[in-house]
Design a binder for this molecule. Structure first.
Ligand code: NAG
Ligand code: NAG
Ligand code: NAG
Ligand code: NAG
Ligand code: NAG
Ligand code: NAG
Length: 552
């Protein structure tokens, strides 16, 4: 019997996506096993790297290889540890070594890349090199050192610490607004990671300056957070997840004398309080507004926040498809091992809160009001309002910024006014305002979203020519072709305002239609309802959308 069990266990680990597994495993063990089984299929043991997780033909990738290495140490079966060390050495050998370069101490995006900063491969931040990978990979190395020191030989530990030292020095080159960098304390996820890696490394090697710089930087992040106990990078399925991951590192691994240790746990609790107040367990989504989103429905794109919810209430009740690797933005499944390793500690912080029960059961109709602030982009804190009922959520934020598309200057990921509703078949309908302005007054209330352009200057209709509303496609059983709100499944929408009432309607599909889909790693097709602003209006352009879920 014992032998039979261990044979099953062997096959479960080595060959399948988990047809056989210990029925007593915890949710976090379940996430670790499933995410590792998926990555095992991409592992190239000869190279000591994972292949790319998307469609780049048989090149490898650095960041998810590092995440996988941490998972290998956690799993620790067969030759897992040996492979983890091989990957770690590879990733560090590809770390940038010239302190004169802006990308010093950062890690390659992929090992096959040409030399960054050469004539034919210019250094373009967030393209040919990504400054945030210092944080993503640096935090992973610290986690490995903290959780599995007995599995890492001394030589490798020394190499990792040298790598962390270089990455911390390189990260100190980053100053928001200088050399094209955007790392302000308001850029929550890399800010939190940066403070952590420098603070941990400074202490480890006894570099008081590095430690002090980290504490000072963390204090700036904390001060901004404590303004209204919200992350500046507010409510993003992907990046709230990264911030929570990094705050967990603060709370778990920093010593008592660090401001990160002192504040980490409460920042996690406040963040979850806000997120859970916006969560609708019937719709399995966090209501808008979303500052940076890679999709419009968390049950269809894979968010890091959903992985955390998996560890709290279990996969089948979380916003996670049974086949995570079929979802949009599936590459983020690779962070599963880190989320799983930290889950027992992270989730213990939520034990005495209402968060787990709110994630399981919608507590009833309510409104949410809060603010988030991203200096220097915001001229004032963004005013956030949301309305949640059993089958409908509406969320909006009023803002005035110095760029279009929020601090990330991405109109495609900035969703300042969003509606989601539950359709009869249990799938999720959505509509989102697509921003093309620097200022918007957007308010969500009982059954409505109200949008106004405050910068309108009497008749200057070119300034703000239209309201663009993107709407998701119907469920598989709904009509495929939409000619007006009547065709949008599951919801009745009434439009009022001083706009042209007849929208221009177009469709952006995967294989055709009027234009491109929005995110190549997480494709959502959409209908585009554009309401133009007539000339000759006498008040600021305004549009009100009233929603009623059909059948209620
Ligand atoms: C599940 O059961 C196995 C075998 O009895 C045991 O080794 C393991 O520790 C258990 N895991 C948990 C989470 O209880
Ligand atoms: C760290 O940077 C130094 C240059 O400052 C370089 O010589 C060394 O190889 C780097 N170490 C690693 C592990 O990349
Ligand atoms: C001290 O740390 C700051 C911030 O990281 C850095 O700019 C500075 O060069 C460091 N000074 C020394 C002497 O290492
Ligand atoms: C934000 O909301 C508060 C109260 O909800 C209100 O007093 C303030 O005027 C609002 N600010 C903006 C810029 O809309
Ligand atoms: C919400 O939707 C479900 C399923 O379509 C339906 O049974 C229910 O009556 C709706 N209304 C409310 C208030 O839950
Ligand atoms: C939506 O349609 C309008 C008018 O046709 C167009 O100007 C705009 O670029 C479209 N937006 C998106 C995101 O497709």
């Amino acid at each position: 019997m014992v032998l039979f069990k261990s044979i099953l266990a062997f096959f479960a680990v080595g060959l399948t996506l988990g047809s056989e597994f210990p029925s007593n495993e915890t949710y976090s063990q379940n996430l670790l096993r499933e995410s590792m089984a998926w990555m095992d299929m991409f592992y190239d043991a000869d190279a000591g790297y994972l292949y790319d997780l998307d469609s780049n033909a048989l090149v490898h990738g650095t960041r998810h290889s590092a995440w996988y290495a941490a998972g290998l140490l956690a799993r620790n079966k067969h030759d897992d540890v040996e492979q983890a060390l091989k990957i770690t050495r590879n990733v560090i050998s590809g770390q940038f070594k010239d302190p004169e370069k802006q990308w010093y101490g950062d890690y390659q995006i992929y090992p096959e890349e040409p030399t960054v900063g050469t004539d034919h491969y210019p250094a373009v931040m967030y393209n040919s090199w990504d400054p945030n990978w210092r944080g993503f990979i640096g935090t992973t190395f610290v986690l490995m050192m903290e959780e599995f020191p007995d599995l890492i030989p001394n030589d490798d530990q020394s190499l990792i610490i040298e790598s962390l030292y270089n990455t911390s020095v390189g990260d100190s080159y980053r100053v928001g607004g200088v050399d094209g960098d955007n790392l302000y304390p308001a850029y929550s996820n890399p800010s939190i990671m940066r403070a952590f890696v420098s603070g941990w490394t400074g202490r480890k090697i006894g570099d008081a300056n590095m430690t002090l710089a980290a504490e000072t930087y963390a204090s700036e992040v904390i001060e901004l957070f404590e303004r209204d106990n919200t992350l500046s990078e507010f409510n993003s399925g992907t990046y709230a997840g990264v911030s929570l991951y990094a705050l967990t590192l603060w709370a778990k691994y920093m010593p008592e004398d660090s401001v990160m240790r002192q504040k980490g746990a409460s920042m996690i609790k406040y963040t979850w309080e806000t997120l859970s107040s916006l969560y609708n367990a019937n719709i399995r989504n966090v209501a808008g507004p979303w500052d940076r989103s890679y999709g419009y429905d968390m049950t269809r794109y894979l968010s890091i926040l959903a992985l955390q919810i998996w560890t709290i209430i279990g996969k089948d009740k979380s916003p996670m498809n049974a086949k995570p690797y079929a979802m949009g933005h599936k590459g983020d499944f690779a962070i599963g091992p880190l989320v799983a390793i930290l889950a027992p500690f992270h989730n213990s912080l939520l034990e005495k809160t209402s968060v787990p029960s709110t994630l399981l059961q919608f507590p009833g109709e309510h409104n949410v009001e809060t603010t988030a602030f991203s200096p220097p982009f915001d001229t004032y804190p963004r005013n956030i309002t949301a309305y949640l009922s059993a089958n409908l959520t509406l969320g909006a934020e009023t803002f005035s910024e110095d760029a279009i598309g929020g601090p990330a200057t991405s109109a495609n990921s900035f969703n300042p006014a969003v509606a989601q509703w539950l359709r009869p078949d249990g799938t999720v309908g959505w509509a989102t305002y697509h921003p093309q302005v620097k200022s918007l007054v957007a308010i969500a209330g009982q059954g409505f979203l109200s949008l106004t352009y405050p910068d309108w200057q009497g008749g200057d209709k070119d300034n703000v020519g239209a309201f663009v509303i993107l709407i998701g496609t119907n469920s598989p059983t709904g009509t495929r072709d939409i000619t007006g709100w009547d065709g949008v499944e599951g919801v009745a929408v009434t439009i009022t305002g001083n706009i042209n009432m007849q929208p221009t309607i177009s469709f952006n599909g995967i294989y055709g239609g009027a234009g491109e889909v929005i995110n190549s790693f997480s494709v959502f097709e959409f209908w585009n309802f554009t309401y133009t602003v007539p000339s000759g209006i006498t008040e600021a352009p305004n549009m009100m959308l009233q929603f009623k879920v059909k059948g209620e």
